[in-house]
Design a protein around this ligand. Sequence first.
Ligand SMILES: [Zn+2]
Length: 171
Amino acid sequence: MKLLILERDGTINHEGDPFITSAEDWAPLPGALDAIAQLNHAGFHVVIASNQPGLGRGLIDVATLNTIHSRMHKMLAAVGAKVDAVFYCPHTAEDGCTCRKPLPGLFEQIGERYGLDLHGVAACGDNLEHLLAAQAADQPERAATTSASAPAAVEPMRQPYCDIPEPTPSW
Ligand SMILES: [Zn+2]
């Protein structure tokens, strides 16, 4: 099974200010939905792994998040694209959870759900935390050092971080 784990905000849709808090706020980035359709056609199952600290801060509730994702799934379907599932961390940095990227908990949940070893899993996102989480899930023995060094490593960026095994789809 070919699996691609995508970030959501800043990768598929425009970032919120600071969070997407309603379905009306959710707007896809140019080309993103078509890119997912191409990935699907290339045989990739696409899932999302997303930090959603707006939940932990009480800025959005799960019902609203589901409404946002309903809009996303409808817009994807309209271009023949499909995201199989959305995995999210509802916590804030202060909660000390294990699923907030760059920790690998969300990726591990995905591996468990699909019964997959995440070694070499394809991951793409607009921030380094996403790829660090993918690497930590890929190489658990390095997770502790990766996570500890992550905050210093994170920097603003313009191009998505992608780690996609061959064959590389057009993105
Ligand atoms: Zn979490």
